[in-house]
Design a protein around this ligand. Structure first.
Ligand code: ATP
Ligand code: MG
Length: 337
């Protein structure tokens, strides 16, 4: 049960832009399920951040609060061990974001490599929503409001954590003592899972994801789409393992590491066909997702229980973030009525 224990504090979360996918599973969800036993863990349903590039579709952002909450529970995040909070329900986060924006320059925000990549991927051109450019400040508000020291994320988020720590140092200097702790990114072993199209990152917004709610036939179709080695035309041809999407996925999901090493050797030599390889991956992904999908469907039949859990989470989250906000405002010596 979360409490004012001496366990290190984790803040993590996901934008509510769509149901979670296999990239989340290996990038952060697996870690969170383990870490909730040793850490005080807060998991944020980041609906406010989702709006930064979805202002024209608030209904999607709202709907996916519930979808992502279902994913969390189905994957094994336990509300008795972790606190699940809806970002927009914690007003202190919005207030701190506004405050922090005075401590970062527009030039610094524009230099953030993650933001640069994401702007390019989204094709904003010059019409970047101001909220999007500024989301690293909002993420700094989220992390510091919980005084988190550990942030389990995919490696695309590392520059955001660096920027958070710059803000922390600047705020602490202004306050005159280290009120806010610096945070470290905890990167999973797998790092970044590519999309089924071989693109650098599986992403909800890029149409290249396998959701944790995918059916067996959707999984099979996604694996069929995956690139292997374009020069590996016949099973008997020697093939390339490096950069081969199917092998990247086998490395991430196949528990039998030795068998995968044998398959790699066989593929390199020639004599292993893409169809056989894809069949193996399909079976493994279906076995991984089936229990999650079934739990998810069962949980979805009791929406009141989900709402109750979110209310409890909001209450706990409000208590801690309001307290930090007061400490920061007092520390900075701002006017209080
Ligand atoms: P969107 O496309 O809407 O930005 P997303 O798929 O990138 O969605 P986020 O909610 O932005 O998902 O990311 C939540 C967390 O999951 C972050 O810590 C991110 O690093 C991690 N993550 C997302 N995609 C992957 C991936 N393909 N591999 C590893 N980690 C990932
Ligand atoms: Mg993202």
């Amino acid at each position: 049960m979360p409490s004012s224990s001496s366990r290190p504090v984790i803040l993590t979360g996901d934008r509510t832009t769509g149901p979670l996918h296999l990239g989340h599973y290996v990038g952060s969800l697996r870690n969170r399920v383990t870490l909730q036993h040793t850490h005080e863990q807060y998991v944020l349903l980041a609906d406010a951040q989702a709006l930064t590039d979805n202002a024209d579709d608030p209904a999607k952002v709202r709907r996916n609060v519930i979808e992502v909450a279902l994913d969390y529970l189905a994957i094994g995040i336990d509300p008795e061990l972790s606190t699940i909070c809806v970002q927009s329900a914690l007003l202190a986060l919005a207030e701190l974001t506004l405050l922090y924006l005075n401590f970062v320059s527009v030039a610094r925000l524009e230099r953030n490599p993650t933001i640069k990549d994401e702007i390019r991927m989204r094709g904003f051109g010059r019409d970047i929503p101001a909220g999007f450019l500024c989301y690293p400040a909002a993420q700094a508000a989220d992390i510091t409001a919980f005084k988190a020291t550990v942030v389990p994320v995919g490696d695309d988020q590392v520059p955001i954590i660096e920027q958070t720590n710059e803000l922390v140092r600047r705020l602490n200097r202004q306050i005159g003592h280290p009120l806010l702790p610096e945070a470290r990114a905890l990167i999973s072993q797998t790092g970044r899972l590519p999309g089924v199209d071989g693109d650098a990152k599986m992403s909800k917004s890029q149409g290249n994801a396998v959701p944790l709610s995918a059916s067996d036939s959707e999984i099979a179709a996604a694996v069929q789409r995956m690139y292997t080695d374009p020069n590996h035309l016949r099973a008997s041809d020697p093939g390339q393992v490096e950069g081969n999407v199917v092998f990247i996925y086998l490395d991430a999901f196949d528990p039998d590491v030795e068998a995968v090493a044998d398959l790699k050797a066989q593929y390199r030599r020639g004599g292993l066909g893409d169809m056989a390889l894809k069949r193996r991956l399909t079976n493994i992904l279906q076995a991984t997702i089936a229990p999650i999908r079934e739990r998810r469907a069962a949980l979805g039949r009791d929406p009141d229980a989900i709402m109750d859990m979110l209310r409890t989470g909001a209450k706990r989250g409000r208590a801690i973030t309001e307290q930090t906000k007061e400490e920061i405002i007092t520390g900075l010596g701002l006017f209080r009525l």
